[in-house]
Design a protein around this ligand. Sequence first.
Ligand code: FDA
Length: 395
Amino acid sequence: MKSEPVDVLIVGAGAAGMMCAIEAGRRGRSVRVVDHARAPGEKIRISGGGRCNFTNLGTGPGNFLGENPRFATSALKRYTQHDFVKRVDRAGIAWHEKTLGQLFCDDSAKQIIRMLTDDMREAGARLSLGLSVDRIARAGDGFEAALSDGSVVRASSLVLATGGKSIPKMGATGWAYDAARSFGLRVTDTRPALVPLTFEAGLLERLKPLAGVAVDAVVKGGGASFEEAILFTHRGLSGPAILQISSYWREGEAITVAMAPGEDLYARLKAAKEENGKQMVHTALGHVVPRRLAESVCEREGVRGKLAEVGDKTLRRLEAAVNGWSVKPVGSEGYRTAEVTLGGVATDQLDQQTMAAKSVPGLYVIGEAVDVTGWLGGYNFQWAWSSGWAAGQSC
Ligand code: FDA
């Protein structure tokens, strides 16, 4: 059996693994990156609708969840969103800010992958695709990994960079969690996050006509609040505000949705009634929220007829139904569509400056595999760049 020594073995050629490989290679370390996929950075490729929301200008520890969100501070400060933007600029990749500090490629996410693979090649890191790790163990001061092609790699440093469990169809696995556990590291409970929420059959039936309707909203739940669009789907609710709140929501809890935020709906309807009492209630409401939503709310509240025929109490009820809609999702669409995994290798097991395991010299965990989960909007990639960079200075 062939046995190859390297300084650093990185498992996972995603955003974090490639960044770590570049940095370690630039320090003169011999680096081997192993990934079971046929191409590196597949999640980068499909991210941001193919344009990769590669960072967020406002990135800070407040945009992350986990047992100890402050853990991310050090890496995020050592390698910032501005550092990554400079790298993107140097590579000549044009970008734009879409909204809320979210930066996207003008052209294609593939440019980010090309930049990373070019830099890896230049740094001398060797990338092996279509290979998985069959067995991994401590060997002397380092590690020994048996690969699926029958070869064995000996490494002084081992970096776990296989990400989370979201989108198993793309090859996502819980490998990093299992590997971390096998070295005695604690792993927190994991669950799908940044994921659409689902409703029970009865409610879905009533909301069926709304599938495809999008509206700007304020969504509250689990102690958090987000103002962005929501989208009614055939399964429940999606859209950025719902994906954001899904990271905070827990089974059995309700979320509250305001679908005309900032509007004094009661005053609007009352004024409409005084101006033209012959107007149908759903028509008046349809001037504030999408028409199909107005019709659905009126139907659910049993409000029919003209504005002149309804009293103030009814207008108040409509206001509450639109701006204080409390709804209990039954679940989420799960890892099948979740953008990220909440939870992972516990941060108290790792050094926050280097991502090194405190109890296992030479072992590192980076990216989504760590219990650091960002909001929607480029934060998760920034965590991958920052944590990969931090480990790359040390491994
Ligand atoms: P990542 O998942 O990128 O890489 C892990 C690598 O490990 C993969 O190449 C995989 O093949 C490999 N691997 C897994 N198991 C293995 C095993 N057992 N053996 C060998 N290799 C293995 N974030 C953001 O900031 N902006 C955005 O626009 C988006 N958009 C987006 C869209 C969609 C559809 C998804 C699913 C996710 C996003 N994200 C995002 C989240 C972002 O993609 C994610 O947080 C990062 O890719 C995490 O980077 P990692 O390198 O940690 O894992």
